[in-house]
Design a protein. Structure first.
Lengths: 316, 158, 350
């Protein structure tokens, strides 16, 4: 069992008993391999359900927006950054939250494991330090866990929570020498037409289910631009222009707010690399305004503020 | 193709750039006729949706112009707009919009000659890129599940 | 009915011949998954797949479909008149569909082809389609077809059942349309007794690997309000992020939205997949929303599948156990678990 599990249970027990919170948001054992299910624990007798492993990829900040009660929440580095943003954007108050910070070793991307297994059906997956053991009806594979992390976890530079009330373990060393924008630069090096085609291919299989939008902890507008009808900014068919309009506008709404938690890509049923849009914005914001989303609780998000001497070479 | 003339949507802020366009007109300054002006209260009013909507409707170019930094009628509208424009332009061009289609400028209501000159620059830049080829929204005709199928469907339907 | 054996290397020839007279759709490798695609070459079909990511419902009920077009031009004699848009409704064959996905078509038929109302395009596409099923020799761990009244070799919704054997495929016609498809195929040979028994043992082995996880039948007798008000919905709904993946991938989710798009002086009326997971799905013009809460929407999906459909049509449940929603739900809401909770308090027949 993962070392955090006991600590999460102990903290949940204590917080519920002391009536510090109305509930605890964490994970419980999933029903299929490599999945853990977000759960809301209200009573001390349910605390044993809480668990922790490398399959807790869901961003629990998703469950905080506009809550009325007081909750404890288990937060990885990315979750904590989303909480910071939600606090800045007044989606929840700090005094409603008790944050159990979980220094994170990266989450396993089950789709990568599926691809590795080439059609063999995993029945069980367990972790042991740096290795991942996956077994099925007539096979067992032990692989290096690091090679099967979510793409965003592999380039994560904020594994430790940036805001918390208690930590579940010692801070983990942040990944050094990470090149966050290798893929963005590769696209930047292309010609205009080639880039157009690159993104055309990227979103070709989009079925416009909006799972990427709905999975995002920062998407909480009462009416999404997609659902506006007067005027209608974007059509709802699979028309490539509409699909591109949707992805561009979704990304632009994330400018300076995206923590690269990977929730959108986790949710996409078609496996589209939608982070290709938001990562470019993240890189621009960093270069232009020196800002990283959700890292500093003070101050305003970059598009909600300005400096008189902001760069403006592109303006005539 | 010689008969093609670029169609450009210009979003001009009410207090500065629109005034400049007005002054250019009264002063009988010549500038190309390719721009269609849409007056907005402030460059800060520009939502990225507007820019995309113009391209979706077939505009060959989009030009957004507002007051100089420090001169905004609403004190700081154009400062916020500037950050928004930077990321929107960058993302659109990163995803394949040709540089030369999307332009921004600061023009005060006294700068009629800058307005006429910028209009010429914008039109020439868009002319150099040519007619819009991407991002034009057309009537959706969907039958079966995928675009490559279209040919098959049409063959069958006749 | 006609039963033939086709060696593995001759199957593309058989499919190729059928492609001359019909559009043939088959599972094709698509990115890191599979999807039903129109074949332009018979060897593109890949029958090693377990299941496609999107269900083949898109072949009969496309994600986006232009139904009508109209003109808004003043003085146009056709101004304001909805005209049906021509569609490709000619003969088509779906080759290699899983029996569960085919069963889903039957369940949706009951809703789209009733005594009072018929969905013309669903009906016409269904009538134009011959289904060649591929028996599921190795069901996934997320499969639960046997719990919801179908099975890995259920032939009840198929025209032909294909079973993969060591050396080739056994093709058994189930309907007249299936028989017509196979009749006189030079690629095939009459099936020998040993081939038939090999196929039987493949099917039996598959069925044995899928024990029933829950028994939905008693839900019929359960009072609807009791299920509706059950306490467990609170727990079930928590993790849901209303992403809608389950409904988009589901072979029996048939709900759609109708939208108009106007371009200059002409317009089209479209039918698009919709999802009961979205608040907009039930938003009234008045602004009232009867399902504004996540709990209501999550409950709706399960109640519709296991209770409302069953009560309304005396059939079902409206789930075929393909397991897509279990596999792709980003937060691990498991319909098998929910169905188990719904049936738990039922008195099951022994």
């Amino acid at each position: 069992m993962h070392a955090y599990t006991e600590k999460i249970r102990e903290a949940a027990q204590r917080l519920l008993a002391d009536k510090k919170v109305d509930g605890v948001i964490g994970f419980r054992q999933g029903t299929i391999p490599m999945m853990s299910e977000p759960v809301f624990i209200r009573h001390a007798d349910q605390v044993h359900q809480l668990t922790w492993n490398g399959f807790c990829g869901v961003n629990l900040a998703n469950y905080l927006v506009k809550r009325k009660d007081r909750v404890a929440v288990v937060a990885k580095g990315c979750d904590s950054r989303n909480i910071v943003l939600q606090l800045q954007e007044n989606q929840i108050r700090r005094d409603q939250l008790y944050i159990l910070g979980a220094p994170c070793h990266g989450m396993v991307d089950r789709r990568k494991v599926w691809a590795f297994l080439k059609g063999r059906d995993p029945l069980q997956a367990t972790e042991d330090g740096d290795s991942l053991r996956v077994s099925g009806r007539d096979f067992e594979e032990v692989v290096d866990r690091q090679a099967f992390l979510q793409d965003n976890c592999r380039i994560c530079t904020h594994r430790n929570p940036v805001i918390y009330d208690e930590l579940l373990g010692d801070p983990v060393p942040e990944q050094a020498g990470v090149d966050r924008y290798e893929d963005v630069r590769r696209v930047e090096a292309m010609g205009s037409e080639e880039r157009w085609r690159y993104f055309e291919d990227l979103i070709a299989s989009c079925i416009r289910c909006y799972a990427c939008r709905n999975a995002c902890p920062m998407c909480y507008c009462p009416t999404c631009f997609v659902d506006e009808s007067r005027p209608q900014w974007v059509g709802k068919t699979l028309d490539p222009t509409d699909t591109r309009t949707f992805h561009l506008l979704r990304a632009i709404h994330m400018a300076g707010r995206c923590t690269d938690c990977g929730a959108c890509e986790r949710a996409c049923p078609m496996g589209i690399a939608v982070r290709q849009f938001t990562k470019k914005l993240e890189k621009d914001i960093k270069e232009l305004y020196g800002y990283e989303a959700g890292v500093v609780p003070e101050g305003r998000p970059p598009l909600d503020t300005y400096r008189p001497d902001d760069p403006q070479d592109f303006i005539k | 193709m010689n008969s093609w003339e670029p169609k450009i949507i210009a979003f001009l802020c009410n207090w500065c750039s629109y005034g400049a366009a007005d002054l250019a007109g009264v002063s009988r300054l010549q500038y190309p006729v390719n721009i269609r002006v849409i007056r907005v209260p402030c460059s800060g009013r520009i939502n990225p949706k507007f820019i995309l909507a113009a391209f979706r409707h077939g505009a060959d170019g989009v030009w957004v112009s507002g007051c100089h930094p420090g001169d905004c009628h609403y004190i700081e509208g154009n400062y916020y707009a500037r950050r928004k424009f930077a990321v929107v332009k960058s993302l659109l061009e990163h995803t394949g919009l040709e540089p030369g289609r999307l332009h921004f400028s600061w023009i005060s209501s006294a700068e009629a000659s800058k307005f006429a000159e910028t209009a010429r620059e914008v039109v020439e830049a868009v002319r150099a890129v040519g007619p819009a080829r991407h991002f034009i929204k057309t009537k959706p005709m969907w039958d079966d599940i995928e675009a490559p199928l279209k040919a098959a469907c049409q063959a069958e339907v006749g | 009915m006609l039963t033939i054996f086709v060696p593995k290397d001759k199957l593309p020839g058989l499919i190729g011949r059928i492609m001359d007279g019909a559009r043939v759709f088959a599972p094709v490798r698509d990115g890191d998954g599979y999807r039903f695609r129109l074949l332009d070459r018979p060897d593109k079909a890949d029958f090693t797949y377990q299941n496609t990511r999107l269900s083949p419902k898109e072949l009969i009920h496309p994600p986006a479909e232009t139904m009508f077009s109209y003109s808004l031009k003043k003085g146009d004699p056709k101004e304001g008149i909805l005209e049906e848009v021509p569609k490709a409704l000619g003969k088509r064959v779906v080759w290699g569909i899983r029996p569960c996905d085919a069963k889903a078509f039957q369940l949706v038929d009951i809703n789209f082809i009733t005594d009072q109302v018929v969905d013309p395009w669903w009906q016409k596409r269904r009538q134009a389609t011959v289904l060649v099923g591929l028996g599921c020799a190795e069901p996934c761990n997320t499969c639960f077809c046997t719990s919801v009244g179908t099975g890995p070799f259920d032939r009840s919704a198929l025209d032909v059942l294909m079973t993969e054997l060591a050396e080739g495929y056994l093709l058994e016609a189930v309907t007249d349309a299936g028989e017509a498809l196979l009749a006189g195929a030079p690629e095939g040979a009459p099936a020998s007794g040993s081939t038939l028994s090999e196929a039987r043992s493949v099917a039996e082995k598959a069925e044995k690997s899928l024990p029933r996880l829950f028994v939905p039948e008693p839900l019929k007798e359960k009072p609807m309000t009791e299920l509706f008000q059950a306490a467990f919905w609170e727990e079930v709904q928590f993790a849901c992020i209303n992403c809608g993946t389950c409904t988009f991938l589901c072979p029996t989710c048939w709900c759609f939205d109708i939208q108009d798009e106007v371009h200059h002086q002409e317009g089209v009326r479209l039918r698009l997949w919709d999802s009961c997971m979205f608040p907009l799905f039930t938003l009234h013009g008045s602004g009232h929303n009867p399902r504004s809460q996540k709990l209501q929407r999550v409950r709706q999906r399960f109640m519709h599948k296991f209770k409302y459909y069953v009560d309304k049509y005396g059939n079902g449940p409206a789930c075929v156990g393909c397991g897509r929603c279990v596999q792709y739900c980003p937060v691990n809401i498991d319909i098998r678990r929910v169905a188990g909770m719904m049936t738990a308090s039922c008195v099951c027949p022994t």
